[in-house]
Write a protein that binds this ligand. Structure first.
Ligand SMILES: [Zn+2]
Length: 454
């Protein structure tokens, strides 16, 4: 591997490839975002932590990322088969609020958590309902090229018209056809066909509605990503990210829409992260195991402790979350922060250049954060330059500034005086005082060394 060469696993080719952007000064990235109808849980956020690492590693390599993240506030149905209720409408019905209020509230919650996790802000937050005109144009384009047909409940994409349809997810369409339940075929031509636009039936309760083709309706869920990418990033972006559960339907459909309408490849590199389990089980409403960051905070864990836990694993591996693992991550992060604290108090700054090169190679090796973490643990040549560099790539809030709160400084000074006077009772008392502010102190040959307690 050449130095400074970033290699990424590309789902499109099922290979690890050298990353070569169209324009290093504007690397176009699209991340499929949340459906904003309920409180995001830690499983949702694992993906955004991995893509934060991607963005930071791109920066480490001198690239300038330009990223769009969408917020789905319409059209995502409770069933993947283009049936069921719109998740936003359901959220509104349950809470007695309007759909717009529900969207507003959960967008705010999501963005607050995003900040707590110290995730690099995307250049564009794209809200699905702001792109309805683009959606309609896209459906027009597909229809004029013969890719759609109309049923009672909407406009559907005829996947048999798009020759490459099965390619991206390596789908076995004949198998899907054979295995499909009879129910699907009533109006759909093929089981894999999907709604690009849904009509609102008379009497149907759907607040978000737009007139298109002379009747009220709303866009299909997959459509917004194709529209937003085209509107905000243009044709053929560098990197498209999402979860592995997006591969077989959502991303396959995005490709079918965009590439049929615009006749250009949608994205050059596709990155997918694996699921998060909790205590060995899938996160589900019925199990009530979808911890939120607030739940973790109540147990004494910060969002950054959780981020530490996520980055300890590789984005392509299935992860199993539990509180013991989170505790270990918290302790590990505290250890790193205290190494930084020692750097604040030491005179000499020795920069471990070779270690930084090894770290760069690990990060560039398909975002191998677990390997990078092991290198950091085994490095004993600390310096502030080193830790600032590490924290730029990880965003773990390791650097806080060397200035201590004034009361903490005062206690340390008083304690030094007590020790000089050999008043050990007072010195011990002052150590306990320090703990109240979440600091402690070690007595070394070189004198007092303060440490973070949490
Ligand atoms: Zn998407």
């Amino acid at each position: 591997m050449e130095k400074g060469e970033l290699r990424l696993y590309n789902t499109l080719t099922r290979n690890v490839e050298t990353f070569r952007p169209f324009n290093p000064k504007k690397v176009k990235i699209y991340t499929c975002g949340p459906t904003v109808y309920s409180m995001p849980h830690i499983g949702n956020f694992a993906a955004y932590v991995y893509w934060d690492l991607l963005v930071r590693i791109l920066k480490m390599n001198g690239y300038v990322p330009y990223r769009v993240l969408n917020l789905t506030d319409v059209g995502h149905l409770t069933s993947d088969g283009d049936e069921g209720e719109d998740k936003l409408e359901k959220g509104a019905r349950k809470t007695g609020k309007s759909v717009w209020e529900v969207a507003e509230y959960y967008i705010d919650q999501f963005q607050k958590d995003f900040k707590k996790l110290n995730l690099v802000q995307p250049q564009v937050w794209a809200r699905a309902t702001d792109y309805i005109e683009e959606d309609e144009k896209l459906v027009d384009a597909l229809t004029s090229q013969g890719y759609t047909y109309e049923t009672k409940d909407g406009i559907y994409y005829d996947t048999s018209r798009f020759a490459k349809y099965a390619e991206f997810a390596r789908l076995d369409l004949d198998g899907i056809k054979a295995g499909a339940r009879v129910k699907f075929s009533q109006e759909k031509h093929n089981p894999s066909d999907f709604a690009v636009w849904k009509f609102i039936q008379p009497g149907e309760n759907h607040t978000m509605r737009w007139d298109y083709l002379g009747r009220p309706g709303y866009p299909g869920w997959h459509l917004e990503c194709s529209s937003i990418i085209h509107a905000e990033l243009g044709e053929t972006i560098d990197i498209h990210t999402g979860g592995i559960d997006h591969i077989s339907v959502h991303h396959t459909n995005e490709i079918a829409q965009s590439e049929a309408a615009f006749e250009k490849e949608l994205a050059k590199y596709w990155l997918h992260c694996h699921h998060l389990m909790v205590n060995g089980e899938k996160i589900s409403k019925s199990l009530g195991n979808g911890y939120t960051l607030k739940d973790l905070a109540k147990q004494g864990y910060s969002a950054l402790d959780y981020k530490m836990w996520v980055l300890q694993g590789h984005y392509q591996s299935e992860r199993d979350f539990n509180l013991e693992g989170l505790e270990a991550a918290r302790v590990r992060r505290l250890g790193w922060r205290n190494r930084v604290a020692r750097c604040y108090q030491d005179q000499e700054d020795e920069v471990p250049i070779e270690v930084m090169e090894d770290l760069q190679a690990a990060f560039n090796d398909n975002l191998n954060s677990p390997k990078a973490f092991a290198i950091i643990d085994s490095c004993h040549q600390d310096s502030l330059v080193f830790w600032r560099w590490v924290d730029d790539v990880l965003g773990l809030g390791l650097i806080r500034g060397r200035k201590l709160p004034e009361n903490v400084q005062q206690i340390l000074q008083d304690r030094q005086v007590a020790r000089d006077q050999k008043d050990y009772a007072k010195s011990d008392y002052l150590r306990d005082e320090l703990m109240k502010y979440s600091y402690t102190v070690l007595d070394t040959k070189a004198g007092q060394v303060w440490q973070y307690l949490r």
